[in-house]
Design a protein around this ligand. Sequence first.
Ligand code: HEC
Length: 148
Amino acid sequence: MRKAMLTVCVGVLAAMPLAVRAQDIREVVAMPPGIQHDMLIGMRDHLIVLDTILSHIATERYNEAAALAETRLRASPFDPAKEATFSAYMTPDWKEADAALRQSAQGLAAAIRKLDSDRSFAASKALAGAISNVTVVCVSCHARNRLR
Ligand code: HEC
C-alpha cells in the first residue's frame, strides 16, 4: 500500500514540471536583447513607482503621488527615439495593454487628487479601486506575455 502511494507521489512530482510548462499559455513577444534590456528596466521602474506612489499617499504627499502616476506608468519607453523603435516590436495586445496602463494611471492620478480635496471614506475607497485598476493591467499583461 505504502509502495503504491509512493509510486503515485513520485509519478505526480515527475509529471509536474511538464504539466506546468504545458499550462504556460503566455505568448512569446520577440524583441532583440537591447530592446528587452530597456523594456525590463522600465518594468522594474514600475514597481519602484507604484511603491513610491503608495508611500506618498500614506504620508499625504498627494501632488507628488498624482504627478508620478501621470508621468511614469506606461508599458513603452519615455524617450521618444526609443519609443519609435520599440513600437515596431509591440504586438496589438501589447499596444492595448500600454493604452490601458496609461488610462488607468490617469484614473489613479484623478482619484489621488479627489482624496486630497475631500478626504472622505468614499474617496479613499475609490482610490483603492483606482490602484487596483492599475495593478490588474500589470497582472493581465504578465499572464498573457513573456519574453522567452
Ligand atoms: C504590455 C504588457 C505589460 C504590462 C502592462 C506590464 N508588464 Fe511587466 N513585464 C511584461 C513582460 C512581457 C515581462 C517579462 C516577463 C517574462 O519574460 O517572463 C515583464 C516583466 C516585469 C518585471 C520583471 C523585470 C525583470 O527585470 O525581470 C517586473 C518587476 C514587472 N514586469 C513589473 C510590472 C508592473 C508593476 C506593471 C504594472 C504597473 C507591469 N509590469 C506592466 C509585460 C508587461
